[in-house]
Design a protein around this ligand. Structure first.
Ligand SMILES: Nc1ncnc2c1ncn2[C@@H]1O[C@H](COP(=O)(O)OP(=O)(O)OP(=O)(O)O)[C@@H](O)[C@H]1O
Ligand SMILES: [Mg+2]
Length: 507
């Protein structure tokens, strides 16, 4: 292995800092990253990871210090400048233009062809070659809006190749991928580093930090806490560095004897996505929904919640049949749904954290919104979920990605819903916040609510649920009780690899 100081760093940061009004987002970061390294950035929500990456990608100028790329001090800012110096960034929220074709997205700003004349066929050919490098076999003429999240991400990666990036920044790239897609992404990342590209990789997932990272830099409150080779750390040490305290129990579940049936779904059908699904959830239960992406879990939740109207089937709450013609009916009946795509569904970005939290259930007094109560509620949630914001009136737009997610979570926790669907609730949240969220989920169950937890991360389901229902092809294909929990069993049910529904227990 080459010693890192023999190579000119791909990225060198010299006392780099960034302040926003009332917030020091990044403070005095000095660090150098050699070519070919996967350098992971970890730390709590709001620690400054995304902001630091934007400084490296020259989206914004730093307030203090400077950035060097491949030995060249960065003087200019804006995406064009970054591209010339070989930096490419895949943002936490993708930045592709949905209405343009894949090929157009790949070559925005630097179209192949001569004299400003864009040759469509040259563009297509070049696009196909680039897409092949990231393992994507699609028609470059397709509109980006028609692609899956994973495919859009591949297009972003191909775009980085198109500009011959020396530094590739990935901000939580697996947050919206399945396990299989994540593995494929790791393969692409390894290919890129083998060519000498330095990959800067933000992640909250411990397993993937250990799998993909060479070194990890942990940030807290804008500053670097430590930079270490990943191999020198174990999980507990990494968590300790990230949150600055021990997180004794990531999954604080206290089980109790389930009560009466609260939610009963019978014969629910919606197109091909949900087919004849029946299940019950009792008071005090957390029921998991496992399955591969596309198995119908989100569609099932949406159909119960009225976001899609079912073709057939019934939903009962506490023995009463419900007539749900839209989400408003579901909310009025006491059913909540924390959606998978939280940012697009439901945050009022211009409004304050307080207004966003109380949006679904306004505290009223004598016919007016009780502003003092609103603030109290928001402050309680801010403290409980550790939402990093200087005051609760701040527009949500200014919060970090993970903290925006916590605001929506807080809203649902405050609605007083009796039946709650959580769709991938831990996505983008740091480990401390996740533990806090699960604590609150457990309290909801303990108070007699019925909770459905959709998650693609099996340890969450295995540690939080009373039972796990497994979906495949729009149907519930099996159920596993807590006494029989094992990863193998759930994976087998989800993939249909083996028939383990009856017998065939493996521990
Ligand atoms: N445009 C802005 N205006 C005001 N404050 C901002 C702005 N952008 C970021 N911040 C603040 O800077 C801090 C760092 O945010 P950043 O997005 O870098 O965090 P992060 O480490 O990426 O967190 P997450 O894990 O939640 O994505 C946060 O307190 C955030 O609210
Ligand atoms: Mg971020």
């Amino acid at each position: 292995m080459t010693s890192t100081d023999q190579l000119r760093p791909a990225v060198a940061l010299h006392g780099v800092g960034k302040s926003f009004p009332g917030v020091v987002a990044v403070s005095d970061v000095t660090l150098s990253i050699p070519p070919g390294e996967v350098h992971v950035f970890a730390g709590e929500n709001g620690a400054g990871k995304s902001t630091l990456m934007k400084l490296i990608a020259q989206v914004e100028p730093p307030s203090t210090g400077y950035v060097e790329l491949d030995g060249v001090r960065v003087e200019h800012h804006g995406p064009g400048a970054a591209r010339r110096l070989g930096v490419s960034m895949v943002h936490q929220e993708f930045a592709l233009a949905p209405d343009l074709s894949v090929a157009e997205n790949l070559f925005i700003g630097h179209e192949p062809g001569r004299g400003g004349w864009i040759s469509r066929s040259a563009e297509r050919r070049a696009a196909r070659d680039l897409l092949a490098e990231v393992g994507l076999d699609i028609d470059p003429g397709r509109r980006v809006a028609q692609l899956s999240t994973a495919e859009q991400q591949r297009v972003e990666l191909a775009k980085a190749l198109a500009v011959q990036a020396k530094v590739l920044i990935l901000d939580e790239p697996t947050a919206s991928l399945t396990e299989g897609e994540a593995e494929e992404l790791f393969g692409i990342v390894r290919d890129l580093t083998a060519r000498g590209i330095a990959v800067l990789y933000i992640s909250h997932r411990l397993d993937e930090i250990f799998e993909i990272g060479d070194r990890v830099t942990v940030m807290r409150d804008g500053a670097v806490v430590a930079t270490r080779p990943v191999a020198d750390l174990d999980e507990a040490q990494l968590v300790q560095l990230m949150v600055g305290r021990d997180v004794a129990n990531l999954y604080p579940r206290t089980y109790q004897e389930p009560g009466a049936v609260r939610l009963r779904v019978s014969g629910l059908t919606r197109g091909d996505a949900v087919r004849d699904v029946s299940f019950e959830v009792r008071a005090g239960e957390i029921v998991g929904l496992a399955g591969l992406v596309g198995a119908g879990r989100t569609e099932l939740a949406r159909a119960v919640f009225g976001a899609e109207l079912p073709d057939a089937g019934t939903v009962e709450l506490d023995g009463r049949p419900l007539r749900i013609r839209g989400p408003a009916d579901a909310i009025a009946a006491g059913i909540g749904y924390l959606t998978e795509s939280r940012k697009t569904d439901g945050l009022a970005l211009q409004l304050g954290v307080d207004k966003n939290i109380t949006l679904a259930k306004l505290p009223m007094r004598a016919g007016l919104i009780d502003l003092a109560a609103e603030r109290r509620i928001a402050e309680r949630e801010r403290d409980g979920l550790r939402i990093r914001v200087p005051w609760v009136g701040r527009p949500v737009r200014q919060l970090s990605g993970g903290n925006q997610q916590k605001v929506i979570l807080a809203r649902w926790l405050e609605t007083g819903a009796e039946v709650l669907f959580f769709d991938e609730p831990g996505r983008g949240m740091d480990v401390g916040a996740k533990s806090e969220m699960f604590q609150q989920m457990d309290s909801l169950a303990a108070r007699g609510a019925a909770v459905v937890l959709i998650s693609s991360y099996l340890p969450e389901l295995l540690n939080m649920c009373d039972r796990i229902l497994v979906m495949r092809g729009g149907r519930i294909t099996g159920e596993v009780g807590r006494a029989e929990f094992s990863e193998e069993r759930v994976v087998a049910l989800a993939t249909g690899a083996r028939n383990v529904e009856n017998g065939g227990k493996n521990g």
